[in-house]
Design a protein around this ligand. Structure first.
Ligand code: FAD
Ligand code: SF4
Ligand code: SF4
Length: 432
């Protein structure tokens, strides 16, 4: 039995903060992340509402604490294979995926990616940016070394390529590397697996995936980010021209019995932030519209952001648009009945941004034998009294996996869970 060790699953801001707090209370933490980088969704954003701080910088502060803490062992690019035992004595098998690059030999010289023939479209970058099948993940690769994406690599498809191995001056590329299995003994498990976006294609009338200039809020973040595919310039996706009119549609897939019943909690403030970016870049040369069901600009500074955006010339339309259509020259048109003015408006746009709903990432539900509630979140022990505990003793929830959360709420949730885990460990009789 090892009550002084805990497993945190997920290396987004929730997992990072939980690990930091647990470690500061003297608990050994294993932080398992399935990707070869840490930071989760927050690290891919441009800025973080309501204060509009640089998202990468914010995440980096947490990351540095994690990487410098001797009580935290980071296990990146790893998967939970099985979990046995119970509170106070979980035995967790994890599998560290093969990287096919010896991290001790790799010097990040980049010679391998220069010769790799395979281009892989980068997630959330709308086909505007690619990486190679051998690559250095960004931001926040841990370790900061190259690896081979087995699904994309031609060697693993039909052995038709070995170009990176031939090009590597260090002999670091190893196609026969195997996954490594490890067993961990922990007293508690914190699930910080975050969220995934609702598939905007399911909200068929907005034609996401059909028209290139219809994008999601997450893709728009990448468009605005200095490290994104356009270096931060907000452009039409097809022609790369400056947009003259942009429409932001709230509640895409949220608050709708046909999709997700619940509020995504971030869409309203996101749309305010998104129009703010747009106006900062193009001022009066661009028309910005927000189509809303309600504006829920909660939080202390949310109202300030709302007032700033209203004063900045953004047009607010109280209604959900009808079907999006595309004209032969690539413009998008939509009709929307504005409940505030009782007028039917016809808008032409260069770009439409869908602020989509969020679903919890419950990919470990079977392995952990955890039931879900009717909205497919993990069932909590008690929604009011124990919202960050699952129905299985010793397995806790931190961050957006519990419900959609802002970054600051995520961090509060993570710290609260860490306290709960630590108090359980201290109070357990077997720990004496
Ligand atoms: C478009 C958009 C804009 C946003 N803008 C803002 C904003 O301006 N301000 C704000 O406060 N909030 C914003 N948010 C919300 C913010 O992104 C979340 O609060 C935050 O990302 C939640 O962190 P998390 O760690 O709970 O989840 P995530 O960021 O989703 O991280 C979860 C991590 O767990 C990992 N993981 C998942 N499953 C497993 C598994 N089985 N094993 C191991 N690892 C796993 C994932 O790879 C990921 O790294 C925005 C969200 C979106 C979608
Ligand atoms: S060529 Fe070799 S050493 Fe250089 S980045 Fe690629 S794997 Fe690393
Ligand atoms: S072996 Fe795979 S990763 Fe290496 S160059 Fe060829 S396709 Fe790219």
């Amino acid at each position: 039995m090892n009550k002084h060790s805990a497993l945190v699953v997920g290396g987004g801001v929730a997992g990072l903060q939980t690990a930091i707090d647990l470690a500061s209370m003297g608990i050994n933490v294993y932080l398992v992340e399935k990707e070869p980088r840490l930071g989760g969704h927050a690290s891919l954003l441009h800025q973080v509402f309501p204060t509009l701080e640089n998202a990468e910088e914010l995440t980096k502060q947490l990351l540095q604490k994690v990487l410098n803490d001797p009580n935290i062992t980071v296990l990146p690019y790893a998967e939970i294979e099985s979990v046995a035992g119970s509170i106070g004595n979980f035995r967790v098998h994890i599998s560290k995926r093969a990287r096919y690059v010896d991290k001790a030999k790799c010097t990040n010289c980049g010679e391998c990616e220069k010769v790799c023939p395979v281009d892989v479209t980068k997630k959330f970058e709308m086909g505007l940016a690619t990486r190679k099948a051998i690559y250095l993940p960004k931001p926040f690769a841990v370790p900061a070394r190259y690896l081979v994406d087995k699904e994309a690599c031609l060697y693993f498809k039909d052995e038709s390529c070995r170009a990176c191995q031939d090009a590597c001056p260090e002999g670091a590329v190893l196609y026969d590397q195997k996954p490594l299995r490890e067993e961990l003994s922990v007293g508690a498990i914190v699930l910080a697996t975050g969220f995934c976006q609702y598939d905007a294609q399911k909200v068929g009338q907005y034609k996401y995936g059909v028209y290139p200039n219809v994008i999601t809020g997450m893709e728009y973040e990448r468009l605005c980010s200095l490290t994104g595919p356009t270096g931060g310039k907000i452009l039409r996706i097809d022609s790369k021209e400056r947009p003259k009119s942009v429409v932001f549609i709230l509640c895409t897939g949220s608050r709708d019995e046909k999709h997700l019943r619940y509020c995504c909690n971030i869409g309203c403030l996101n749309a305010l932030k998104h129009t703010y970016y747009l106006k900062q870049q193009y001022g009066e040369e661009v028309d910005a519209y927000i189509c809303y069901t309600d504006i829920r600009a909660v939080t202390k500074q949310g109202e300030q952001l709302y007032q700033k955006v209203r004063a900045g010339g953004v047009e607010f339309i109280h209604g959900q648009p009808s079907e999006v259509r595309q004209t032969p020259n690539g413009f998008l048109t939509l009709d929307v009945y504005d409940l505030a003015t009782s007028k039917l408006l016809s808008i032409t746009a260069d770009l439409i941004v869908l602020e989509t709903g969020l679903k919890p990432q419950v990919n470990l539900k079977e392995k952990l034998q955890l039931p879900l509630d009717e909205d497919c979140f993990f069932l909590e022990k008690h929604p009011q009294l124990a919202p960050n505990e699952t129905t299985r003793d010793g397995i806790f929830l931190a961050g957006a996996v519990q419900q959609p959360m802002h970054v600051y709420e995520t961090l509060i949730s993570a710290s609260a869970v860490a306290m709960k885990v630590s108090s359980f460990m201290r109070s357990s009789p077997a720990s004496h």
